[in-house]
Design a binder for this molecule. Sequence first.
Ligand code: NAG
Ligand code: NAG
Ligand code: NAG
Ligand code: NAG
Ligand code: NAG
Ligand code: NAG
Ligand code: NAG
Ligand code: NAG
Length: 498
Amino acid sequence: MAHVAFVALLFLLLVGHCLGGKVGICYGRNADDLPAPDKVVQLIQQQSLKYVAHLRHQHYDTNIDVIKAFANTGVELMVGVPNSDLLPFAQYQSNVDTWLKNSILPYYPATMITYITVGAEVTESPVNVSALVVPAMRNVHTALKKAGLHKKITISSTHSLGILSRSFPPSAGAFNSSYAYFLKPMLEFLVENQAPFMVDLYPYYAYQNSPSNVSLNYALFSPQSQDVIDPNTGLVYTNMFDAQIDSIFFALMALNFKTLKIMVTETGWPNKGAAKETGATPDNAQTYNTNLIRHVVNDSGTPAKPGEEIDVYIFSLFNENRKPGIESERNWGLFFPDQSSIYSLDWTGRGNVDIMTGGNITNANGTWCVASANASETDLQNGLNWACGPGNVDCSAIQPSQPCYQPDTLASHASYAFNSYYQQNGANDVACDFGGTGVRTTKDPSYDTCVYMAAGSKMSTTNSSNLPVQSGFSPSRFDKNFYLLFSMLPIMIAACIV
Ligand SMILES: *[C@@H]1O[C@H](CO)[C@@H](O)[C@H](O)[C@H]1NC(C)=O
Ligand SMILES: *[C@@H]1O[C@H](CO)[C@@H](O)[C@H](O)[C@H]1NC(C)=O
Ligand SMILES: *[C@@H]1O[C@H](CO)[C@@H](O)[C@H](O)[C@H]1NC(C)=O
Ligand SMILES: *[C@@H]1O[C@H](CO)[C@@H](O)[C@H](O)[C@H]1NC(C)=O
Ligand SMILES: *[C@@H]1O[C@H](CO)[C@@H](O)[C@H](O)[C@H]1NC(C)=O
Ligand SMILES: *[C@@H]1O[C@H](CO)[C@@H](O)[C@H](O)[C@H]1NC(C)=O
Ligand SMILES: *[C@@H]1O[C@H](CO)[C@@H](O)[C@H](O)[C@H]1NC(C)=O
Ligand SMILES: *[C@@H]1O[C@H](CO)[C@@H](O)[C@H](O)[C@H]1NC(C)=O
C-alpha cells in the first residue's frame, strides 16, 4: 500500500509540475451580464485553473478590479495594455511609470502577474498603431526594471495569424513584409528578454471560411481526418492547429529567429453561430478544446518541433454578449454568464478516466482487457469507434498489413483497441467497460508479432514510418505519446525530483 501511495504521489508531482505545456483560460469581459470578478475567481478555482489571461479590455483602469480579485489565489495572471493606450505608453516613459505604480505594483506580488502584453493584434487594428508597439514595450521594460521586476514579469505582444502573408504549406510560412518595420525590432526585443512570440490561432475561421479546403475533422484534431503533407518537408499534419503553429515557426526561421518560443494566447471554438456557421456547436467546441488540451498536456509538439512544450490559453471563459460581429463572436464561452457550463471540459487532458483518482497503476501488471465473446457486432463496432476516436488509442496496428490486422474480425480489432485504451487509462474496471462489451483477463492476448500493450510495456508494435497516409475509419495517427509517458515515467520522475 505504501508503494501505491508513493507512486501516486510521484505521479501527482509529475503531473502537477513537470508534465506538459500549460493550459490557461482567457477571461474576456465584453458583456453586460457577467458575474463580479470575485465570483469569477471562485469559478476559475473550482475548475482548478492556474493560468488566466485578461487581455481584451478597453482602458487600463478597468482591469484593476480583476487584478485585485486574483490576489492570493495562486493563479498566474497575464494582463494586457490595450491598443488604445499604446500612444501614451510609447510617448512618455513617465506615463508608463505612473501606470505601473498605480495599476500593478499595489497588487503585486499578492496577484501573481507573470506577463504583460503590450498591444493586441495590432495588425488588425482599425487605427494604425503598429509603429507604437515596440517603443511602448521598451518603456514598459524600463519601468519594470526600475521596479526590479523585469526578470519576474515577461513582456510581449499578441498577434493574429494575419501577420503572415503565407501560411500554407507551413514550411512556406512567411511574415508579411509590410510589417517588417515593427516586427524585426520586436523579435529582437523578445530574444533579448527571453519572451515568447504570442499568437492567437483560430482553426475555426480557417474551416468556416473555406470548408471545402479545410475539413472539420482536420480543424477539430479528429483522428478521422485526412492528413495533410507539406510537400517541401514531407512533414505530416494531422490537424490545423499544428499547421498554423508551424507556419509561424517557419516564418520565424526565415528571419533567423528560430529559438523564439511560440505561445498561443488565444484559441478555441464557438458553441453557437449564425445559421450558416454550421461548425459552431457545443459538441464541436468540446471536441476542439478537449483534443487541444490533450495535445498540449501531452507535449505532442508539432511536426516541425515534436515534443516542444506549447502553452495555450483557451478562448474564452464566458459568452460575451456585447461583442460585435457575426453570431459566433458572442458565443465562444465555456460558461454562460450565470456560471452554468455550456459543455464540460477535462482540464487534465487524459480522457474520461481520471488516472490519478481511479487508477491503480501498480495493480495493472498482468491484466488485459478484451472484447466479450457474446457482445453484439453493433456494440463492438461502437466501442471500437470510440476507442480509436475520442478514446485516443493508437489503432495503427489493426490496419491492413500491420501486425494485429489478422485475424480480420471485429472482435479481434476491438480487443486490441479496448486493451490499449484500458492500459492507457489506469487499467481499472471502468476503463474496460465499453458498454459492458469489455472483459478483463489475466491471460496475455498477444500472438505472433501482435503485441498487446501491458502495464509499463514499451509498446511499439508498428513502424509508424512506413504506414500509408489514409483517411476514413482506422485512424492513421500515431498516438504514441501516452505509451511514452508510461515507459518514460521513471526517467521523468527522476528528472522532476533532481
Ligand atoms: C502604419 O504606420 C507605419 C509607420 O507610421 C507605416 O510605415 C505603415 O505603412 C502604416 N501601415 C499602414 C497599413 O498604413
Ligand atoms: C500585407 O499587409 C498589407 C498591409 O496590411 C496588406 O495590404 C497586404 O494585403 C498584405 N499582404 C498579404 C499577402 O497578406
Ligand atoms: C481552395 O483550394 C483550391 C484548389 O486547391 C484553391 O484554388 C483555392 O484558392 C483554395 N481556397 C482557399 C480559400 O484557400
Ligand atoms: C489497488 O491495488 C491494491 C494492491 O494490489 C489492491 O489491494 C486494491 O484492491 C486495488 N484497488 C483497486 C481499486 O483496484
Ligand atoms: C510485473 O511483471 C513484471 C514482468 O512480468 C515482473 O518483473 C514484476 O515483478 C511484476 N510486478 C508486480 C508488482 O507483480
Ligand atoms: C456473456 O457471457 C458471460 C459468460 O461468458 C455472461 O456472464 C454474461 O452475462 C454474458 N453477457 C451477455 C450480454 O449476454
Ligand atoms: C521497423 O522498420 C525497420 C526498417 O524498415 C525495421 O528494421 C524494424 O525491424 C521495424 N521494426 C518493427 C518493430 O517492425
Ligand atoms: C499524445 O500525443 C500524440 C501525438 O504525438 C497524440 O497522437 C496522442 O493522442 C496523445 N495522447 C493522448 C492520450 O492524447
